[in-house]
Design a protein around this ligand. Structure first.
Ligand code: SF4
Length: 239
């Protein structure tokens, strides 16, 4: 590991994995691979932490394709993942097709449908962990969105054990800022399919992101202190 931009990401992912015990001996980990920078960098980093954590674990990836967005280039993604020893599967889900008559498409519906398919795929194939590519910025955005839109203090746990399913969610990028992921993807020449989804343009996440940038001045140190506060309040620990 070194002080390159990719080395920084590898170090932060290793820290999250070791500190939070995200990977245990014999784990079968399913990576939710969108083809974008976050999940691709996460897949790369998870394939790199083996020597540091000294555990045997399996990595596989699944891409959930929708009926409205075709920005992921699946063939090069599959090839890239294979180089890191990660198998690839592709599922197609009619997300708009499942909408009830009169209901409008939105991010909540989309992510719920995708999550359901992801869980189903993991449980049916015996994976015990699902790795999601949410990073530090996603986590603090969700915290402020939940507070301002729902009036509740909650965030995305770094490790969440489902009660109903034999699967846990892990977020190995929790300590990594989005700009560090972008820098890593550029340095490693990793695939970076930009999301062209027409439904995310005015999402509430984009609005809260701009507000956070306003009061933090995009300072990494301030954002890390926000994450630490959320963590100290117990909001990053799942059940
Ligand atoms: S931006 Fe598009 S792909 Fe992303 S959650 Fe929203 S609807 Fe789904």
């Amino acid at each position: 590991m070194n002080a390159t931009r990719s080395g920084v990401v590898e170090k932060l992912v290793t820290k999250a994995v070791m500190e939070r015990n995200l990977i245990e001996e014999g784990d079968r980990i399913l990576i939710a691979a969108s083809g974008g920078k976050d999940s691709t960098v996460m897949a790369w980093a998870l394939s790199r932490v083996r020597p540091a954590i000294r555990k045997n674990y399996e990595l596989a990836a699944v891409h959930i394709a929708s009926d409205f967005c075709a920005c992921c280039k699946k063939a090069p993604l599959e090839k890239q993942l294979a180089e890191w020893g990660i198998s690839f599967a592709d599922i197609s889900v009619p997300i708009i097709g499942r909408l009830k008559p009169g209901r409008a498409m939105n991010c909540y519906w989309c992510s719920t449908q995708r999550r359901m398919e992801l869980l189903k795929h993991a449980v049916e194939r015996g994976f015990n962990k699902i790795a999601l590519g949410h990073h530090l910025d996603d986590i603090i955005e969700t915290f402020f969105m939940n507070m301002t839109a729902k009036g509740e203090l909650s965030a995305m746990p770094i490790l969440l054990k489902y009660r109903k399913y034999p699967v846990s969610i892990i977020r190995p990028l929790a300590f990594v800022e989005e700009r560090q992921i972008i820098a890593c993807a550029e340095e490693k020449g990793l695939l970076n399919a930009a999301c062209t989804c027409p439904f995310g343009v005015n999402s509430s996440r984009k609005i809260i992101r701009a507000r956070i940038a306003g009061f933090t001045g995009n300072s990494g140190a301030i954002k890390r202190r926000i994450l630490r506060s959320v963590d100290r309040a117990g909001l990053l620990a799942g059940e």
